[in-house]
Design a protein around this ligand. Structure first.
Ligand code: SAH
Length: 194
C-alpha cells in the first residue's frame, strides 16, 4: 500500500479516537470526585502517551523529519493494521459506553461510583487499555517508521505497567470483596488468556 494512504488511514483513526471521547469528557466534568490519584507520575504517563500515540505520528505524517528511520511494510501488514485499527476504535467506544459515568481520564473514584462488570467488562478488567494496545499495534502496521511506528507501543508499555496496579488497588479499596471476586473471574487485557 502507498505509505501516504496508510498515513491518511491512521490519521483518520486518531481523529475518530479523539471524537469518540468528547461526550464522555464533557460528562466527566459534572462528577464529584471522592478519591483522586492524579499524581505527578500519572501526569508524566499521560504526556508520554500523547508523545507516543499523537505527537510523533503527527510529525511523521506532516513532515519529512523522521524519514531517515523508514522501513518497508508489505500490503498484508497494512491490511492487518486497518482491521486492528477498526477493532481498536470499536472497543474504545464500547468500553466508554459500558463504563458510562464511571469513566475518567485519570485514576479517580466519583460520588456514586459503581463497579462495571457487564458488556466488554464481563471477561476483562481493562478493555479500554486493550483498545489502546490494539491502536499501538495498528500504528506499527500502518506507519512504516522505526520511531513513529513503535513509539505508541513503547509509551503504552510504560503507561500500562505503572498505572494498572495502582488502578486495581484503588478499585479494591473502594469496592473490597466485590472487586476481589470480579478480579478472580476475569483477566486483565485478553479474555481467558492474560
Ligand atoms: N482500566 C479500565 C478503565 C480505564 S478509565 C479499562 O482499561 O477499561 C480509568 C477509570 O475507570 C479509573 O479512574 C477507574 O475509576 C475506572 N474504572 C476502571 N475499571 C472500572 C470498573 N470495572 N468499574 C468502574 N469503574 C472502573
Amino acid at each position: 500500500m502507498n505509505p501516504l494512504t496508510s498515513k491518511i488511514i491512521f490519521t483518520i483513526g486518531i481523529i475518530s479516537w479523539l471524537i469518540i471521547r468528547i461526550p464522555y469528557q464533557r460528562e466527566q466534568k459534572q462528577n464529584t470526585i471522592v478519591d483522586d490519584r492524579k499524581t505527578l507520575q500519572e501526569k508524566v504517563v499521560r504526556l508520554l502517551l500523547l508523545l507516543g500515540i499523537l505527537f510523533l505520528p503527527l510529525v511523521y505524517v506532516l513532515s519529512p523529519w523522521l524519514n531517515f528511520a523508514n522501513y518497508h511494510l508489505p500490503t498484508w501488514a497494512n491490511g492487518l493494521g486497518i482491521a486492528t485499527l477498526a477493532l481498536s476504535l470499536w472497543l474504545f467506544w464500547r468500553s466508554h459506553h459500558d463504563l458510562g459515568k464511571n469513566w475518567s481520564s485519570t485514576l479517580q473514584i466519583r460520588e456514586g461510583h459503581t463497579l462495571t462488570t457487564n458488556g466488554v467488562y464481563q471477561n476483562i478488567r481493562h478493555p479500554m487499555y486493550t483498545s489502546v494496545l490494539l491502536l499501538c499495534i495498528a500504528q506499527a502496521l500502518l506507519l512504516a517508521n522505526w520511531i513513529a511506528g513503535l513509539s505508541g507501543f513503547i509509551s503504552f508499555s510504560i503507561a500500562y505497567t505503572t498505572r494498572v496496579g495502582q488502578e486495581e488497588q484503588m478499585l479494591l479499596n473502594s469496592f473490597g470483596d466485590e472487586y476481589e471476586t470480579y478480579k478472580q473471574r476475569t483477566k486483565r487485557l485478553v479474555p481467558y488468556l492474560f
